[in-house]
Write a protein that binds this ligand. Structure first.
Ligand code: PLP
Length: 369
């Protein structure tokens, strides 16, 4: 039987970097500095430089990055935050954790929040706008920042899926007041456990965030505010520092894989992701859209190809969101996409012949239909 082509195979990543990462782990473990070491500030500097911002603060997850980011923007009970309904649950959850209400705005055909819909949802209670750069593709940040200025509402970018992505040559996370990233093992820049970071150009936000992630402590015994335990540990930071070095070349490999898909799948009855000349897509996910999603998914699995669905239930229809009072039909595009989207393997660790094989199996499905 053919070996399963996995969508993400972290053991392949480990094989490619074992020689570089093992000494890093050994050095950190033997140093005894597991928390709050220089490695963290070193990583923060490199991340800020990579994202084109003045500051970065490492956190213990993308969810905490979003929650603390909104804390800094003073989002609280009774406020509203506008966000798309088709993200991972954590985007909306972070709003709820602060006592605020997620107000969903419909997405475009490209799965990204529609700035016109954001404007329609702005009220006196709107405290922030949270676009989500889904699948490695950035939302229209020019229009969103224009709205931010027009209505004087801050923007918090959910960049969990968009490290390195650009819109008009500017990196994700560098447009809004705050940008929040995840380094979950399944992300393009990944730690070996949970992790994340926040980027900003605002010194006040930076200083406050540094306190908030660590009990509000300004030194060993003095707390300036009641904080959290949301810091990244040295091991994750050491691994990320090493992986950051190869991030751009890994993104290029993903883009090469995407090119093969574009070339091979262009004449099939499926919607492919597209990239206009304002965008630089890092293809965190390569998502096609087809009405035959489930049948194609089953067919590919029989051919030893693993695919994913991001995401089958829009957030406004999740049981957790029932109290918000949304119903089926409120966001027709997002709901339709939840039934048609299929994430193909795009990992930089796949071989060219594996991508060609996937394309051939997709062609076979449509030829035999
Ligand atoms: C769009 C989006 N937002 C937020 C998160 C939350 O990140 P984390 O899992 O690191 O908490 C994720 C990660 O899965 C995500 O994909």
């Amino acid at each position: 039987m053919k070996k399963l082509i996995r969508r993400v195979d972290l053991s392949k990543q480990w094989k490619s970097e074992e020689k570089k990462i093992l000494p890093v782990i050994k050095k950190i473990l033997s140093s005894g500095n597991y928390i709050g070491s220089d490695i963290i500030s070193n990583l923060e500097k490199k991340i800020a430089k990579y994202c084109g911002t003045k500051y970065a603060v490492c956190t213990n997850s993308g969810t905490d990055a979003l929650t603390l980011g909104m804390h800094i923007l003073n989002v609280k009970n009774g406020d509203e935050v506008i966000t798309p309904p088709n993200s991972f649950i954590a985007s909306a959850a972070s709003i709820v954790h602060l006592g605020a209400r997620p107000v969903f705005a419909e997405v475009n055909d490209n799965q990204l929040i529609d700035p016109k819909e954001i404007e329609r949802k702005i009220t006196k209670k709107t405290k922030a706008i949270m676009p989500v750069h889904l699948c490695g593709k950035m939302a229209d940040m020019q229009s969103i920042m224009n709205l931010s200025k027009k209505y004087n509402i801050p923007v918090i970018e959910d960049c969990a899926q968009s490290i390195g992505s650009k819109f008009n040559l500017k990196k994700s996370g560098s447009y809004g007041n705050i940008g929040c990233f995840s380094t979950h093992p399944l992300k393009t820049l990944n730690s070996a456990g949970d992790g994340g970071f926040i980027v900003t150009n605002n010194l006040k936000y930076y200083k406050k965030l540094k306190l908030l992630i660590n009990h509000g402590l300004s030194d060993r015994n003095k707390s300036q505010c009641f904080g959290y335990v949301s810091r990244m540990d040295s091991l994750q930071a050491g691994i990320l520092l090493e992986r950051l070095k190869s991030l751009n070349s890994r993104i290029e490999l993903r883009r090469k894989n995407a090119e093969i898909y574009f070339r091979e799948l262009k004449n099939l009855p499926i919607k492919l992701p597209y990239e206009n000349n304002k965008e630089f897509n890092t293809y965190h996910l390569f998502v096609i859209q087809t009405k035959d999603r489930q049948k194609l998914k089953n067919h590919l699995l029989k051919k030893a190809i693993e695919t994913g669905v991001h995401y089958p239930i829009p957030i406004h229809l999740q049981p957790a969101a029932k109290y918000l009072g949304y119903k089926k039909g409120d966001f027709k595009k997002a709901e339709m996409q939840s039934k048609t989207v299929l994430s193909l393997p795009i990992s930089e660790f796949l071989k060219k012949n594996e991508i060609i094989y996937i394309c051939n199996m997709i062609k076979k499905f449509f030829n035999e239909k």
